[in-house]
Design a protein around this ligand. Structure first.
Ligand code: TMP
Length: 237
């Protein structure tokens, strides 16, 4: 498979066509942004780690019946994926209070939510990806009512699967963001699942091993990304 015409560059990835219509080449960059693009930098070999973590996580989910866009890994920072008609929303799952939830609701960081929390955000950089509810999503035609129920159900199912997957690597899955799209009539998980899009804490010490180290200038950013991959490889040979 060849990398074809350039299609799109996002904050952390570039997308190219391939010789097969409907199949795209997703290249993971080392670039990192935070605060809706205000803070910019690079994280050494992030693209390599994120490619490997996404491949492993999506393969694990696929084995458990979650449809994903992943086809195969074709390079150290390259995945082949199915083109999806993306929903203009982000699904965030939360198991432990952190990030914007702490700021918005005044709940102390670290409080556990045993049932998990599902949130929807509008994908719109100009508006700073605002939190929305189901009625907003329906009113804006972001998805049908059935699709909305389905993405929330998939979010809950993926959360149960990934909590266990990361815990086996001594990582607490604090929260994470998912993006879904349509492939024919089917709703499919797209994008990435990485330390950029998940909060991951060490099970014992609760040390942050994710992009919060970059967002909050905590240092040891590269090491944290490498540590996540190392633990996943060791736990899931
Ligand atoms: P938040 O606490 O900033 O709302 O983020 C919740 C989780 O979702 C966290 O793991 C980071 C992830 N996330 C993204 O990957 N992309 C985004 O645009 C946002 C807002 C969150």
């Amino acid at each position: 498979m060849q990398k074809g015409e350039f299609v799109y560059e996002g904050k952390a990835k570039r997308i190219y066509r391939t010789e097969t219509p409907g199949v795209f080449w997703m290249e993971f960059k080392d670039d990192a942004t935070a605060q809706n693009g205000l803070k910019r930098g690079t994280i050494g070999d992030k693209g390599v780690v994120n490619t490997e973590v996404t491949r492993r996580v999506l393969q694990h989910l696929a084995k458990s019946g979650v449809p994903t866009h992943l086809r195969e890994q074709v390079g150290e920072r390259d995945l082949l994926v199915d083109g999806l008609e993306m929903l203009k929303l982000e699904v965030v799952m939360r198991n432990v209070a952190a990030g914007s939830l702490v700021k918005r609701l005044g709940i102390e960081e670290g409080r556990t939510f045993p049932q998990g929390i599902v949130e929807l955000y509008l994908k719109d950089d100009d508006l700073g990806d605002p939190l929305i509810n189901d009625d907003h999503a329906l009113a804006m035609n972001l998805a049908t009512a059935a699709e909305l129920e389905h993405v929330k159900d998939l979010g809950r199912k993926i959360n149960i699967l990934l909590k266990e997957y990361f815990l086996a690597a001594d990582l607490i899955l604090v929260d994470f963001k998912l993006e879904f799209g349509r492939r024919g009539g089917e709703i499919v998980l797209g994008d990435e699942v990485t330390p950029d899009t998940c909060r991951l804490w060490d099970r014992e010490t609760r040390k942050k091993l994710d992009k919060d180290r970059f967002r909050q200038d905590l240092g040891g950013v590269e090491e944290a990304y490498q540590e996540v991959l190392r633990r996943l490889v060791a736990a899931h040979a």
